[in-house]
Design a protein around this ligand. Structure first.
Ligand SMILES: *Cc1c(COP(=O)(O)O)cnc(C)c1O
Length: 464
C-alpha cells in the first residue's frame, strides 16, 4: 500500500492523482497530462502548495471558507463532538444536542419567520429537499397541480439531478438526462452582457417581468415556486440592477408563488449582511444554505423554512431525509463557526471596513484595458473582460478562452481567481485584511497585464 503524505514529490502525487482520482467539472485526460496543483496546507487567506508556494486564495476555496483557514476552534469542536457522540440520526423520533442547538441558532439569525430547519450535507441536497418540500406543500394544500418550479438560465443550484435541473447551466443539462420535468427557466438579469441599449433599471425590470410572463404562460395554478440566488455566484457574480428584486418580490406576492432564495454563497456575511435577502430586500419563504454555514470545515447544508410552509409539512409524514441530516459533528462545527463570526464581529467588520475598502480598490480594476465592468457586492466581485469597452463587446474566440488564459496567469502569480466564461471572479475569506486586499489587487492587475499580452500575441484581442 502506498502511504500518501505531503512528503512525496509533487510529480508522484500528481501521477497517483491522475491514475485514480476523478475530478469534478474537469476534463480528466487534459488534467492528467498537465498534473493537478497539490494544496498541502493553509492559514488565514493563504494556501501553501506542495512546492512551498504561498497562494492568496481570493475564492475562499469554493466560496465557503468565510472564517479563513486554520481555525483550531473548529477542529477542537469536531474532536469534542466525535468523542462524545460521533453520529446519530434524526429519523426515528430521535434528536441530539448539536442539531437542536444549530437549528435554534439558525432560526434566530434568519430574518422574518424563517424559523424551521431541515438539514442536509450540501447545497445540492438542500435544494433537492426544496423541490420536494414545495411540491408537497401545495399538494397538502389541495393544489397538487402547482408543481412547476421557475428558475433562471445561468443560475447555479447544485449538481445532483434535481438541483442541477433547477440550475440553468446548459452544459450540465446536456449530460445525463437533465432537466427533470416541471422546471422552467427564464433569463438572467445580466445587464452588461445582455442589456443592449436598455438602461440597467429598465433591463432589470424587464427581466423580472419574464417571471410574470412565465407564470401566466404556464398557468398560475401550475407554478409552485421561483428559485434564485440573490446574487448569481457560479454564473459569474452577476449583480442584478436595483429594479430587479423589488419587481420579483411583487410578482411572487401577487401570484402567491413561493420564493426560494438560494443563499448557499450569499449567506453568512458574504454580501456584507448576514443574508443576501437582507442586502437585496426580499422576503423568501425558504432559504437554501451550505458553504459558509461551516466555512467549509464540514459538509453541511440546510433549508430554512418559514412557519406557514413548515406547519403544512408538519401535517403529513414527509418521506424524505438523508443519513447525515443534522450530522452531529457537522452541526457542532457549524455552531462554532457561527459563534466565531459573531464573537469576533466579522460580518460587521466586513460591512464597515473591509467591504468599503475592497469596493474602492475593485473599482480601480475598471481602468484596466481588458476590463469592461468591475462589479461587486459585499465581498463577491467580478470583472467582465472585453476587447471593446464602449460596445461592451464579447471576444470573437469561444467564451472562456480569454478568461482561462487570465486565470492561468493568476495561478502563476500565486493568486486564486476563478474565470466564468470571460468574467474573472473573487470571493475571498471574510477575514481578509486591507493589506491582503492590496496584494490581491496588485496580483490581479499584473495577471491581467500578462493576460492581455498573451491574448494579443495569440491574435485573440478581437471583438465578436
Ligand atoms: C455551491 C452552490 C450550491 C451547491 O452546493 P453543494 O454543496 O456544492 O452541493 C447550490 N447553490 C448555490 C448558489 C451554490 O453556489
Amino acid at each position: 500500500m502506498t502511504v500518501i503524505t505531503n512528503h512525496l514529490p509533487t510529480e508522484e502525487l500528481q501521477a497517483l492523482d491522475a491514475a485514480h482520482h476523478m475530478h469534478p467539472f474537469t476534463t480528466g485526460s487534459e488534467l492528467a497530462s498537465k498534473g493537478a496543483r497539490v494544496i498541502a496546507r493553509a492559514e488565514g487567506v493563504w494556501l501553501t502548495d506542495s512546492e512551498g508556494n504561498r497562494i492568496l486564495d481570493a475564492m475562499a476555496g469554493l466560496w465557503c471558507v468565510n472564517i479563513g483557514y486554520g481555525r483550531k476552534e473548529l477542529a477542537e469542536a469536531a474532536a469534542r463532538q466525535m468523542t462524545e457522540l460521533p453520529y446519530y440520526n434524526t429519523f426515528f423520533q430521535t434528536t441530539h444536542v448539536p442539531a437542536i442547538a444549530l437549528a435554534e441558532r439558525l432560526a434566530e439569525l434568519a430574518p422574518g419567520d424563517l424559523n424551521n430547519v431541515f438539514f442536509a450535507s450540501s447545497g445540492s441536497e438542500a435544494n433537492d429537499t426544496n423541490i420536494r418540500m414545495v411540491r408537497t406543500y401545495w399538494a397538502e394544500k389541495g393544489k397538487a397541480s402547482k408543481k412547476t418550479i421557475i428558475a433562471r438560465w445561468n443560475g447555479y443550484h447544485g449538481s445532483s439531478v434535481g438541483s442541477g435541473s433547477l440550475g440553468g447551466m446548459k452544459g450540465m443539462h446536456a449530460q445525463g438526462g437533465m432537466p427533470i420535468p416541471d422546471v422552467h427557466h427564464i433569463n438572467q438579469p445580466n445587464w452588461w452582457a445582455e442589456g443592449g441599449d436598455m438602461t440597467p433599471e429598465d433591463f432589470g425590470r424587464a427581466r423580472a417581468q419574464e417571471l410574470e410572463a412565465a407564470i401566466l404562460g404556464l398557468g398560475e395554478d401550475t407554478v409552485a415556486a421561483f428559485i434564485a440566488e440573490p446574487v448569481q455566484g457560479a454564473g459569474g457574480v452577476i449583480v442584478p440592477p436595483d429594479s430587479y428584486w423589488p419587481e420579483i418580490q411583487r410578482i411572487c406576492d401577487k401570484y402567491e408563488i413561493l420564493l426560494i432564495a438560494d443563499e448557499v454563497i450569499t449567506g453568512f456575511g458574504r454580501t456584507g449582511t448576514w443574508f443576501g435577502c437582507q442586502t437585496m430586500g426580499i422576503r423568501p419563504h425558504i432559504m437554501t444554505i451550505a458553504k459558509g454555514l461551516s466555512s467549509g470545515y464540514q459538509p453541511i447544508g440546510a433549508s430554512i423554512v418559514c412557519d406557514e410552509v413548515a406547519s403544512v409539512i408538519a401535517g403529513t409524514e414527509f418521506n424524505h431525509g438523508y443519513t447525515y441530516s443534522g450530522h452531529p459533528v457537522a452541526c457542532a462545527v457549524a455552531l462554532e463557526n457561527l459563534r466565531l463570526l459573531e464573537d469576533e464581529d466579522i460580518v460587521t467588520r466586513v460591512h464597515n471596513e473591509t467591504m468599503p475598502y475592497l469596493h474602492t480598490r475593485w473599482a480601480e480594476m475598471a481602468d484596466h484595458p481588458l476590463v469592461g465592468e468591475a462589479t461587486i457586492v459585499g465581498l463577491m466581485g467580478s470583472l467582465a473582460l472585453t476587447p471593446d469597452k464602449a460596445r461592451r463587446a464579447a471576444f470573437a474566440s469561444d467564451a472562456g478562452t480569454v478568461g482561462f488564459i487570465c486565470r492561468e496567469r493568476c495561478f502563476a502569480n500565486n493568486l486564486i481567481m476563478r474565470h466564468v466564461g470571460d468574467r474573472m471572479i473573487i470571493s475571498p475569506p471574510l477575514v481578509i485584511s486591507k493589506a491582503e486586499i492590496d496584494t490581491l489587487i496588485d496580483r490581479a492587475w499584473l495577471s491581467l497585464n500578462e493576460g492581455l499580452a498573451a491574448i494579443k500575441a495569440q491574435g485573440l484581442y478581437v471583438a465578436a
